[in-house]
Design a protein around this ligand. Structure first.
Ligand code: AMP
Length: 422
């Protein structure tokens, strides 16, 4: 199947061809005709599947083939499509795609997010905007200041809706929905289905087409998953050792907290390993700078929290490191999905301390695969260290993990292979 058989206009196909896409991805094959038909859509797809183009291309087609002749007090036609995203980076990336795929069309788009001055956005809103890509908080700031008018929205798209709900945006979303015209097309994209998504979809969508593309197989041969057992306070030394020993570059490291990310960057700096952090407390400028350096290969290590990393178009990385295991096992899947894409070899390494055994067990259950703990020579663990609760995490209902030579201390615990590597 090719893009032209999907019914998209020649201007859109030209832009897509220039991007080097030869055929639609599975989500695009299913979503594009569904959106073009004008109906609502409920689609399950993760970043990396081509989901952005799956809604952007038909949206551009619909808006460009049905020119709206309304005009508002500003003298310009009103905003016709609203795309909501959970993070600033995702808003910026989606709007880039809108611009890129729509470069041969006469449609205007705008990205709107917090962390940057609101005044240039107000200025921009006085001009023509057909497609608005926004994060919920800043959009509501504009609503309160009456600088945006959402009363003519024809198409609403919620991108990564599950993440928006996880981030506590439900009331913001409800408020925004109350400002939109009742008659409109709704597209809801999620990565992981949950009861919350079900409730949101039930209240929002009208007889939607449902699509779910296969979850990427995280146990793909191209991703080598390793778990190293290490003492809590030696994780940083072990990370520096691994990076130096194998001369790793483009390492994406995940920490559980923003504070942890900053502290790790500082400590790696002391080890003369160049690192920058990307998280919610960083200014937009700092985040963009770090991401650009990381992408162009001039930054060795990028340390990120899950929320900040979510939706970033960085993939096919050689190394992803879980400095802390995530509290939510699904985040492990999202994290390691950054590596080993499209046939490239990648390595996902988890540094696991005594506090995290239950989290590791939860991950193993989700991915239906055991991750045998290994010990790096010189980083053997102190068997007397007691597990401590994880700050801001769920309680570690710790079951002791057995390593070679230690007595089994729990009947429920199955033996784990332990290998010393150097
Ligand atoms: P997304 O899932 O939207 O984050 O897209 C992931 C990556 O796939 C982006 O870098 C896109 O540029 C790329 N992509 C999207 N559609 C296609 C396609 N049909 N062929 C090749 N690459 C694509």
């Amino acid at each position: 199947m090719s893009f032209s058989t999907l019914g998209l206009s020649k201007e859109i196909i030209r832009a897509v061809t220039e991007r080097g896409y030869t055929k639609p991805t599975p989500i695009q094959m299913q979503a594009i005709p569904a959106v073009l038909s004008g109906g609502d859509l409920l689609a399950g797809a993760q970043t990396g599947t081509g989901k952005t183009a799956s809604f952007t291309l038909p949206l551009l087609h619909l808006l460009s083939s049905d020119q709206n002749n309304k005009s508002t007090a500003t003298g310009y036609s009103p905003i016709r499509a609203l795309i909501l995203t959970p993070t600033r980076e995702l808003a910026a990336q989606v709007e880039e795609s809108v611009k890129d795929y729509g470069k041969y069309l006469k449609l205007n788009s705008m990205a709107m997010f917090g962390g940057v001055s609101i005044n240039p956005q107000k200025q921009r809103l006085r001009g023509r905007v057909d497609i608005l890509v926004a994060t919920p908080g800043r959009l509501l700031d504009h609503v309160h200041q009456r600088t945006v008018n959402l009363s003519n929205i024809e198409v609403l798209i919620l991108d990564e809706a599950d993440r928006m709900l996880d981030m506590g945006f439900i009331n913001d979303i409800r408020r925004i929905l109350s400002l939109l015209p009742k008659q409109r097309q709704n597209l809801l994209f999620f990565a992981t289905f949950s009861d919350k998504i079900k409730t949101l979809a039930a209240g929002l969508l009208n007889h939607p087409t449902m699509i779910e593309v296969a979850r990427r197989n995280v146990t793909a041969d191209t991703i080598a998953q390793k778990a190293y057992q290490v003492d809590r306070d030696r994780k940083r030394q072990l990370l520096a050792h691994l990076i130096r020993q194998d001369n790793w570059y483009q390492v994406l490291v995940f920490t559980r907290t923003k504070y942890g990310a900053d502290r790790l960057v500082k400590q790696l700096g002391e080890d003369r390993i160049q690192a920058l952090a990307i998280h919610g407390n960083k200014s937009q400028g700092a985040r963009t700078h770090a991401l650009a350096k990381f992408k162009n290969g001039s930054l060795q290590v990028l340390v990120a929290t899950d929320i900040a990393a979510r939706g970033l178009d960085i993939s096919e990385l050689p190394h992803v490191v879980n400095f802390d295991l995530p509290n939510v096992p699904e985040d492990y899947v999202h994290r390691i999905g950054r590596t080993g894409r499209a046939g490239a070899n990648g390595e996902a390494v988890s540094l696991v301390c005594v506090d995290e055994y239950q989290l590791l067990a939860d991950i193993e259950k989700l991915i239906e695969q055991r991750l045998p703990l290994q010990v790096v020579a010189g980083f053997g663990i102190n068997p007397n260290t007691k597990a401590e609760p994880i700050p801001n995490g769920k309680q570690n209902k710790q079951k002791p993990r057995r390593s070679k030579g230690t007595a089994r201390s729990s009947k429920t615990q199955s033996p784990r292979k332990m290998r010393v590597v150097d």
